[in-house]
Design a protein around this ligand. Sequence first.
Ligand code: PMP
Length: 453
Amino acid sequence: MTPHVAAPDPQAGAAVKAADRAHVFHSWSAQGLIDPLAVAGAEGSYFWDYDGNRYLDFSSGLVYTNIGYQHPKVVAAIQEQAGKLATFAPAFAVDVRSEAARLIAERTPGDLDKIFFTNGGAEAVENAVRMARLHTGRHKVLSAFRSYHGATSTAINLTGDPRRWASDTGTAGVVRFWAPFLYRSPFYSENEQQECERALAHLEDTIAFEGPATIAAIILESVPGTAGIMTPPPGYLAGVREICDKYGIVFVLDEVMAGFGRTGKWFAADNFDVVPDLITFAKGVNSGYVPLGGVAINAEIAATFDKRPYPGGMTYSGHPLACAAAVATIQVMEDEKVVEHAAHIGENVLGPGLRELAERHPSVGDVRGLGVFWAIELVRDRETREPLVPYNAAGEAAAPMAAVGSTMKKNGLWPFINMNRVHAVPACNVSESEVKEGLAALDVALSVADEYT
Ligand code: PMP
């Protein structure tokens, strides 16, 4: 669906930008060096600015608008809830909160049937760790390098990649390990099976040297997202599950980004037939129309807090407007078969399209992903796999990726770029023709990347 784009109004855009520059302190940015686009509106897979430029959003915002922008049924549900009961404190049973919890619990794997609501992903991670620590009576948490778990204090420390460096206070008990990633294998493996076996052996060694009886939890993104969409080799997550069972460790899968249809299943864990003890979620649960996240909890851990109070919660946990958006989003995803559609797009349109681009563009070192969750890794040299920009590149060093990004934008495609990667992460209900439009713009941008090889 190509949306109607409002008439250009550059003057209004300039006013929005001026107020933004004066008063908005932006996340993850050097305030004086950024020039954010002023957005005038959005619909479906598109958004537009005040100058009349329209963009196909291949980033889904921050990988969260899983059913696109302004879905009329979700907007209507939020409006209706606002008229009925706009807010109510978390200690009460509220119809829309119970219904959201039921719908989420019915879709989580195994017996993860209790839902603790938060306002986003980082809070979900903080609480999953707290639950695991109280449940086990242990304190250490193992997390992977090449991961992201959020920007609050424990979540940023669990984050394995360079985003944690600036705020790394060294949270007591956080231990990092290497998860599998064949393209840049930390174990120098030659194939996926070897990578899987070596990664599991390394994890077990890490546990042995840290002391199994001190480890409360292992947290992993089912498919690591912002760190590079690194689909784990077959058997890896099942192997981690076995290790957790062997040592009495709580297995937490962080599905804040990978959950709710993004991988072509309700939860990414379903691709690997694995049932963790806790799942953290946010983003796609209600397409981010109102902030919402949470932890899905299995029966055993939930029982820990049956007679003993759970010591944690937020004022807005399970906010009625957010829950109304979740109920409507899940209903839309069922009615419009959005999850199945995401799987189809990945298998038949986006995946093959990206692989075809890789054949023609020497700058593409690797293509990987599933569903509507793909990354292409850009390199100077396919043989050496030298990244097009160094990891954690900033300023001058990132110029090649900036050139790639601006070419995409000039061609009406809004990308998600991180380090040397372009992530192709459109809405789960993106149409085939929209994907083809995006691939055509990507094709042009990759010619720019090729000049640096
Ligand atoms: N975990 C993962 C896997 C994420 O991708 C993110 C956000 N990108 C978070 C946690 C943190 O979520 P939030 O930004 O909502 O706090």
